[in-house]
Design a protein around this ligand. Structure first.
Ligand code: ATP
Ligand code: MG
Length: 329
């Protein structure tokens, strides 16, 4: 079986973008692949987090994974900081990562711009930690949203660089970006990606939002001039809403356009909102139930960490041997 690895940061509340761009695809891939899904808390702290919130977000995200039918008996579900090999491999990969290439990453530039007071080393090192996440498990395929493409490219470069310097060690992974849901846009600024750490709460719909709030957010979503409900380059707001609606109803965008032919923006937005509310209801109920069962989540995390640690330790030992570290003591 081929291996897939992916993760989400416990920074704030997961959004429709995280669901449609990532989790939803993982769920359907887990039967076919040897699947590893991580809550990447070490990535989260590259931006300042409130400790109590971080812990709550970590449990809530794990509960969401399971509520979305990621099955701990089929897939390895774990928290990044529970497997120290991620940090250990990062140190090694840092020695073959160049400051120049890391400083050119879109995400680093974007987050540095947003957090001018805290442009820390780890923020720049994010892609190297992410490469470690992926390479430790000899991952073949990394299912992510469009925004992570550049980071997978760096990961591939680091794998190739290490292999050519020290001999064949890492599998060079492929990126997997499903066209459906690859990029969900902000409701407040529909040319920017929807992000859970957006300071404007009306820019995103969270998987945990109450029905009334979801309706409010869609009603307030920025739309475009004109009145036709059609997907096009000059209508990024309407296109984004049509896309979200289509993904939740398993329609093509064309079918959705037909469905809304002649409707006004107001009616359209309300129907999109109602559709999302209904789709999220069962997931939210299940997420709440699981999040209330801390003993169960701890059990899942223990088993996940054990499985992941065993695989990761093997790769790390191989790496240490290759670079000339003494391993047999
Ligand atoms: P943050 O703002 O803290 O970076 P985020 O919403 O970007 O949060 P991440 O944890 O960085 O979430 O990303 C987790 C996964 O979700 C990645 O695979 C990423 O590509 C995907 N993803 C994030 N936002 C979107 C989006 N708007 N559309 C599609 N996929 C997305
Ligand atoms: Mg992100």
């Amino acid at each position: 079986k081929k291996v897939i690895f992916s993760g989400i940061q416990p920074t704030g509340k997961p959004t429709l973008g995280n669901y449609l761009g990532a989790i939803k695809h993982w769920t359907s891939m887990q039967n076919e692949y040897d699947s590893i899904f991580c809550v990447v808390d070490m990535h989260a702290i590259t931006v300042q987090q409130d400790p109590a919130e971080l812990m709550k977000n970590t449990f809530n995200l794990l509960a969401l994974y399971i509520a979305c039918r990621l099955d701990p008996d089929k897939s390895t579900l774990f928290v990044q900081s529970h497997v120290p090999a991620h940090a250990e491999l990062t140190w090694v990969l840092n020695t073959i990562s160049y400051v120049g290439e890391l400083s050119r990453m879109h995400q680093f530039k974007g987050k540095s711009q947003k957090h001018k007071e805290n442009i820390n080393m780890a923020l720049m090192d994010y892609p190297v930690l992410m490469a470690s996440d992926i390479l430790l498990y000899k991952t073949n395929l990394v299912p992510v949203g469009q925004d992570q493409k550049q980071h997978i490219e760096i990961c591939r470069n680091l794998a190739e660089r290490f292999n050519s310097r020290y001999g064949q060690t890492f599998v060079v992974p492929e990126v997997y970006i499903n066209k459906l849901g690859a990029k969900i846009y902000s409701l407040a600024n529909p040319t920017e990606k929807m992000s859970k750490s957006d300071e404007n709460e009306f820019a995103f719909v969270s998987m945990f939002d109450e029905p009334e709030l979801i309706v409010k957010k869609f009603k307030r979503a920025v739309t475009d001039s004109g009145s036709e409900i059609a997907a096009s380059k000059d209508k990024p707001g309407i296109t984004n809403l049509l896309n979200i609606y289509s993904l939740f109803t398993n329609r093509t965008v064309k079918e959705s356009e037909k469905h809304f032919a002649g409707a006004g923006y107001g009616k359209f937005k309300v129907e999109v909102a109602d559709t999302v509310v209904e789709a999220l209801k069962p997931i939210q109920a299940e997420q709440k139930r699981i999040a209330g069962d801390v003993a169960y989540m701890i059990k899942v995390l223990k088993e996940g960490a054990q499985k992941a640690s065993a695989a990761a330790a093997k790769t790390l030992e191989e790496v240490y041997k290759k670079i000339g570290f003494i391993t047999d003591v």
